[in-house]
Ligand binder design. Structure first.
Ligand SMILES: Cc1cc2nc3c(=O)[nH]c(=O)nc-3n(C[C@H](O)[C@H](O)[C@H](O)COP(=O)(O)OP(=O)(O)OC[C@H]3O[C@@H](n4cnc5c(N)ncnc54)[C@H](O)[C@@H]3O)c2cc1C
Length: 370
């Protein structure tokens, strides 16, 4: 019998969609080359992004008011959560779905063609296969270590810390420190390149992390478990047949996607339009935000985030999470723009509008912003 829905890809987005569809009583088939593959990434989100249907046990750790640093300290008045992958996968179970271990090679309306040659006919097919890497796409990279919390005395949880104590030259593409608890006993300490084309390498980020942690009294032994991060932040296309990173849910200027996918899974399962005109406009604005970030000279980045984190909590939330909140996104971008220092404002305006900007050295390798 034809399933109501085929979900291609079992990352956080695909699993969330399959789960909500089964809960709704749909017949579901899921396709992934490795359906049982464990998630090794540390996933985090803002607490208020998580949908009500998700059990609180999926939260491994909560940071009630994370710290953010540009050149100075800011408290972010918004709880941030680190997810427990094993529990999240259990919460996103889809007991009655048919699981197919294969690669979807063509996801079309009403049918999915698999690498094995099989074609599955269905009521609806959704592509949640994530994003493939390409030199044309900006990426986020990071190098992280997992350290006993007892060794991190004095290190507050950090949403981002752009201070320049990581040993990088002042004209080099910048990176920030991300520091979150994984549970009561362990912290993840990660040097992160927010976006670059090309992004900083893992080796460079490792060197910076070691330098920075040494400066803060945390000496690494080399025996710490490591997290490598590399994923495209561009390339998702909004539309009713795609979901998660593949479907434009990944915020290109931050790299976050899990919270947005969890929040929208129910509506997508119900076949609702999750890309009204306002959401599509927000998608374009967020891409403009990424262009601005890629265009800024390294020394401007901490100032940019100083300004961002002085915005009201509502404005910060609208920009970071208001996927369909066009009014809130515009208001946040306007407030940010007005609060930026003059020269930085001009560079951000030009980059946002896609006007070529000559700068002294940027995150990306080319000198002109397309
Ligand atoms: C180390 C790391 C840490 C991250 N941390 C965060 C975070 O804290 N918060 C956050 O929001 N985001 C984070 N991200 C970004 C993250 O990639 C995405 O948010 C999330 O994984 C995207 O979910 P997704 O389900 O859309 O796609 P993916 O997770 O990329 O899943 C795609 C799935 O599709 C499957 N697939 C691929 N090709 C095919 C095919 N041909 N047919 C069928 N199936 C296929 C894959 O096997 C995979 O299971 C992180 C990424 C990394 C790498």
């Amino acid at each position: 019998m034809k399933p109501d829905l085929v979900v291609c890809g079992l990352g956080p987005a695909g699993r969330a969609l399959a789960h909500r569809a089964v809960v709704r009583g749909l017949t579901v088939t899921v396709v992934d080359p490795a359906p049982e593959r464990r998630w090794t990434a540390t996933y985090a989100a803002w607490a208020d992004e998580l949908p009500d249907w998700l059990t609180p046990e999926v939260v491994a750790a909560t940071v009630p008011r994370p710290m953010a640093w540009g050149t100075r300290a800011h408290r972010v008045d918004r709880p941030y959560v680190v997810l427990d992958n094993a529990r999240l996968r259990i919460a996103l179970r889809f007991p009655d779905a048919e699981v197919v271990a294969d690669r979807a090679v063509d996801v079309a309306p009403g049918r999915v063609r698999l690498a094995s040659g099989v074609t599955i006919a269905c009521g609806r097919a959704v592509d949640a296969r994530g994003l493939t890497r390409s030199p044309a796409r900006a990426e986020q990279t990071a190098y992280g270590v997992i350290v006993d919390a007892s060794r991190c005395a004095g290190l507050d949880p950090l949403f981002m810390d752009w201070r320049r104590d990581n040993g990088a030259p002042s004209d080099a593409p910048p990176s920030f420190l991300y520091a979150v608890p994984l549970d009561d006993e362990r912290m993840l300490l990660e040097e992160t390149c927010l976006a670059g084309r090309p992004a900083l390498t893992g080796a460079e980020l490792r060197t910076r992390l070691r330098h920075r942690l040494r400066a803060r009294g945390v000496e690494l032994t080399g025996a710490e478990p490591v997290e490598h991060v590399r994923f495209p932040v561009q390339g998702g296309r909004p539309g009713s047949r795609r979901f998660g990173a593949a479907g434009g849910f990944l915020h290109p200027a931050t790299g976050y996607n899990v919270g947005a996918a969890l929040a929208s899974a129910d509506a997508v399962a119900a076949g609702q339009d999750v890309w009204p005109a306002g959401a599509r406009a927000v998608h374009h604005l967020r891409n403009a935000g990424l262009r601005a970030l890629l265009a800024l000279p390294p020394e401007d980045i901490p100032l940019f985030f100083d300004t961002f984190f002085t915005l009201s909590p509502a404005a910060q939330r609208a920009y970071l999470s208001g996927r369909a909140d066009l009014g809130g996104t515009i208001a946040a971008m306007r407030s940010l723009f007005q609060a930026l220092p003059g020269p930085l404002r001009r560079r951000v305006a030009a980059a946002t509008l896609g006007i070529p900007v000559r700068s002294r050295g940027r995150w990306g390798s080319a000198m002109m912003v397309p």
